[in-house]
Design a protein around this ligand. Structure first.
Ligand SMILES: [Zn+2]
Length: 253
């Protein structure tokens, strides 16, 4: 249910669903994920209950097994106060939240007793915002490709993954002794810039909990918020420390 698609087969020019008109109704569009063969069409142009979105033209032109556009309404820009978004602060919050604290869902802002737009926070919300925004675009002056490592931004990660980032990857294996889980970035093996991903857990119980969560995930995406660095011993392996279960999430597909 993507909000963005390419208008040409060569995938050089993009268009948001919200900018489409009736003239686009019978046109073929192409999935915004570079190696995905899906052909999509604009839907819900006249709907009063949902914004327009792109959907597969038919079963013949499906997304690849690695491409999972966000669910409908996964991110509604008008609900959030974009100017208040500070990516690094939100990442720090994910690393430092107390294990048992209740997540602040929404963080509503109140002005004159009226509830206004919310602050964008929480791993899945930020991930969905990035997925629904042009990979070459920005959100409050933060470049999407620098916040989320997915298939679309793979061209940017030739030399590896460093600093605070959200990584979309798939499960590979785990090592109980070293309290580490290994993943592959990106989830689709046909991309050029392949990197190994290691999540290291200080806490054994947290390791067990996350391992149980990701072990049967197959090719479906897993998202990890980390402060990434290069492994000292293994070539092309990037690692982060997981201190909090909110750093790893499974997006619904
Ligand atoms: Zn696709």
């Amino acid at each position: 249910m993507a909000s963005l698609a390419f208008i040409d087969k060569e995938k050089t020019q993009k268009k948001y669903a919200r900018d489409c008109t009736h003239a686009d109704k019978c046109k073929d569009f192409y999935c915004q994920t570079p190696n995905c063969p899906a052909i999509v069409r604009i839907r819900a142009l006249d709907s009063v209950v949902r914004p327009p979105y792109f959907r597969e033209k038919s079963d013949e032109f499906k997304h690849s097994e690695y491409c999972h556009p966000p669910k409908l309404n996964a991110f509604t820009p008008s609900e959030y106060d974009e100017d208040a978004f500070v990516f690094d602060d939100e990442m720090e919050k994910l690393f430092n939240l107390q294990q048992n604290s209740t997540p602040k869902k929404g963080n509503h802002q109140y002005r004159n007793g009226i509830c206004n737009r919310r602050f964008l926070s929480g791993l899945l919300n930020i991930y969905n915002m990035c997925r629904e925004t042009d990979v070459d675009g920005m959100y409050n002056n933060y470049e999407v490709k620098k916040m989320l490592c997915d298939c679309r931004s793979n061209f940017f990660y030739k030399n590896g993954i460093y600093g605070k980032k959200i990584v979309e990857c798939r499960y590979l294996e785990n090592n109980d002794e070293k309290r580490s889980i290994f993943f592959q970035y990106p989830i689709d093996p046909t991309y050029k810039n392949q990197h190994g991903i290691k999540a290291f857990f200080e806490d054994r119980e947290l390791y067990k909990l996350i391992k149980a969560m990701v072990i049967d995930r197959g090719n479906l995406p897993i998202v990890i918020a980390g402060d990434w660095g290069k492994d000292k011993f293994i070539e092309d392996l990037f690692y982060c420390r997981i201190k909090n279960k909110r750093q790893i999430q499974l997006p619904s597909v």
